[in-house]
Design a protein around this ligand. Sequence first.
Ligand code: C2E
Ligand code: CA
Ligand code: CA
Length: 475
Amino acid sequence: MKPVTQQTLGEEFFFQSLEYGFHHDLITSLPNYVSFRKSLKQMLGNAAAAGQEIAVLWIDVLNLRREYSIGGDEGAERLIRTVADSLRPWVNGGELISRYSDQCFVIALRSDDRIEARLNWIVEEASHLHIRGSEGKPEIAAGVAFFPEDANSSEDLIRFASVAAVSAAGTRGRYAVPFQPEMNVALLQERSLEKDLRIALHEHQLTLVYQPQIDLRTGDILGVEGLTRWDHPTRGPVSPTQFIPVAERSNLIHEIFAHSLRRLLIDAASWRAAGVTMPSVAVNASAANVRQEDFVSIVERELAANPLGHNTQLDIEMTESLLMDDEDLFSERLKGLRAIGVNVSLDDFGTRYTGFNALKGLPLNTMKIDKCFVHGVDRSAQAQSLCQTIVVMARQLNLKTIAEGVEDFGELRALREIGCNAGQGYLFQKPVPSDQLLRFVHEWPERKKQGKFACEFLDVDVNLQNAPNTFSGIV
Ligand code: C2E
Ligand code: CA
Ligand code: CA
């Protein structure tokens, strides 16, 4: 494996290409969702000032998966390129186009008397193309939402256009279906989920499970991350990827954060009573939590409320979105947390692009490499070079790296070779309730010496009781 370093690439090129990669889709070279959202915000600001209307068009390419099954990567790329090439000429200067996700494009156009016809031409043309080098045609479903009529914020406009596109898929529409509030079943479902979540918090349906973080060199347990679980009496288990966004939009996220932190500290104290001192315990915080004015005092209050709180090395995992939106606030919160002895990790690193300069000088401890880069890191050259780039960047910032979602030995070895410090994933342990985590801690020193784990780690015994707090300091 050839290491990517700043020296081999040249500093400027290194960061330029990193920045380009994080803002663009590699197949079509169109801006991706990160830069689209940012540009749409600006466009809406200008339109509001000038009293203009904007149409946000969401285009789903429905047969992408089928083209992939028939023609593999090449077939899927041909389809995507064909659609991108047909859309591009419709977008004028000052308007926006993006490959927003795998199978969808989002376009923002200035709206006038002819907008309906223009939208329908766009969709009509894209649906009647021949995919180059193939028999097939793109199957398109398109929805549109208007500013300011349907919504004011970029998030809602994009979401409403996507809701309209879902209805279009049902009727195999060949035109852009306009958003209508009653279409928004998703919104209604969200409201019902929110109501249940409120009850869940008061009826103690939410629990915390734990996943260990493992030193990739020695196999030592460096800490655990607490993840929230919701077992609803009739819905069954609801994934946090479903209820956390709902909680974030409804302010329930503050109660969830306090609840998780309290539970985490109680469980950490119970492990200690059982003879296990965890070097570090992590909890997730949403941007909305961190943005709260008294966030640092909330954390401090919870630490003080637990008799062993201040003996626990707490780590708070935050995503980059806050840093991107408000650097000053982010920096202030980090300093506040550092002052009360709390560490901060950047979660899902790589899914958005945060410039090197924005991170420089911030009192962070760890970068968590998102699992989408870790998946197949031993088999994909692209995943490998992105992981390497992140590790090099982290090292220059004096940060540790934890790879998320390590699922097999191939990934484990590739990550170690790249120089990633720690790993977390199903390979070691799925997230489990507190008592099972304790069992894992007791069994791990033997387990890591046996079977397939036997030749992976240096022979250094785990002794959590006496282990120095290897994870809290910057190494
Ligand atoms: P995350 O913080 O990135 O957590 C890692 C997710 O990856 C967890 O999903 C975990 O169960 C899953 N995972 C761990 N190892 C593997 C693996 O080897 N392979 C795969 N495919 N997945 C693995 P989970 O528990 O469903 O949580 C999803 C997300 O929900 C979390 O992502 C986090 O952003 C959010 N979340 C969970 N609990 C909380 C919470 O208490 N507060 C906040 N704000 N967010 C939370
Ligand atoms: Ca996390
Ligand atoms: Ca993560």
